[in-house]
Write a protein that binds this ligand. Structure first.
Ligand code: FE2
Ligand code: FE2
Length: 190
């Protein structure tokens, strides 16, 4: 294993919240959702299953949105790798359909666990495509993408979408129209 290289990278990716580069932020999202999928598999209580599934679906929706709005277009522009870009988008679309089914369903449904299981498998496959050697993130690292600047944009958009989700009834603000965000909050994020 290329130890020296790995150590260098982990310094770059260290730190929490703001200040992570784009890839570190997206990978942290992947790890979080993987943990929740594991907890779902062990859960026996229906309320807990429902809560975990909701957390998973919300987190994946926010994650897919920030990738599609910010990271994927920047990747496509920097690398011209349309095959990799389009495949990733198609995989997102497949996952979103299943997420919608899970959100419309509940643990009473005989197929609930199966749906969550299949979603976890789809996500595992997709995350591998993003993280594996030669995959999207590796290509992004080799390109001239400004991963630090993108990391800040991703973090900002992520917190906007999470806040919109917390409000309950307000849908996420379309990108490019950030009027609902509080000015103080936007300014604070370096
Ligand atoms: Fe991802
Ligand atoms: Fe993705």
């Amino acid at each position: 294993m290329a130890r020296a290289k790995k150590a260098k990278r982990s310094t770059r990716e260290s730190g929490s919240g703001r200040g992570k580069d784009a890839i570190a932020l997206l990978k942290a999202d992947h790890r979080q959702v993987e943990e929740w999928f594991e907890q779902f598999e062990k859960a026996r209580d229906e309320d807990r299953k429902q809560r975990l599934a909701t957390q998973i679906c919300n987190a994946l929706t926010v994650h897919a949105t920030i990738e599609e709005e910010i990271f994927y277009p920047a990747f496509l522009e920097a690398t011209d790798d349309t095959d990799m870009h389009h495949e990733a988008e198609v995989e997102h679309n497949g996952a979103k359909k299943l997420i919608a089914e899970i959100e419309a369903s509940s643990p009473d449904d005989d197929y609930y666990d199966a749906k969550v299981k299949v979603l976890s498998e789809m996500i595992k496959h997709h995350v591998k495509e993003e993280e594996q050697p030669g995959g999207m993130f590796a290509e992004a690292r080799k390109s001239d993408m400004d991963l630090d600047a993108l990391g800040e944009q991703l973090a900002m958009r992520k917190s906007e979408l999470e806040d919109a989700g917390d409000d309950g009834d307000e849908p996420p603000i379309p990108r490019g129209q950030k009027s609902r965000a509080q000015p103080g909050r936007m300014a604070k994020s370096r």
